[in-house]
Write a protein that binds this ligand. Structure first.
Ligand SMILES: [Zn+2]
Length: 89
């Protein structure tokens, strides 16, 4: 599994998207598109921090999933950076 994909999947876990079967639950509080944006954003932060390849693809995925164009709220940004930090430990 390339670093980008591994970081994305680990991000889903760090962000709590997998607890309680959230990935399979349509009634989850966080819409799937936002969950994917969050996971990709965590992957992007980690790839850039570690100078690993794939950041350009991650940006494309974020654009794809974040089609609403709504800015990510402060709470979402905090979750993203917290998850990114947790992946470095
Ligand atoms: Zn995903």
């Amino acid at each position: 599994m390339p670093p980008k994909a591994r970081l994305h999947e680990l991000a889903h876990i760090a962000l709590g998207h997998t607890s309680g079967g959230a990935e399979l639950n349509d009634g989850d509080r966080t819409p799937r598109s936002l969950r994917e944006v969050e996971a990709e954003a965590v992957a992007l932060v980690c790839l850039e921090a570690l100078s690993l390849p794939g950041a350009e693809y991650v940006r494309g995925y974020i654009r794809h999933w974040h089609q609403s164009g709504e800015p990510i709220q402060e709470r979402g940004a905090q979750r993203i950076f917290k998850a990114a930090v947790s992946q470095s430990s």
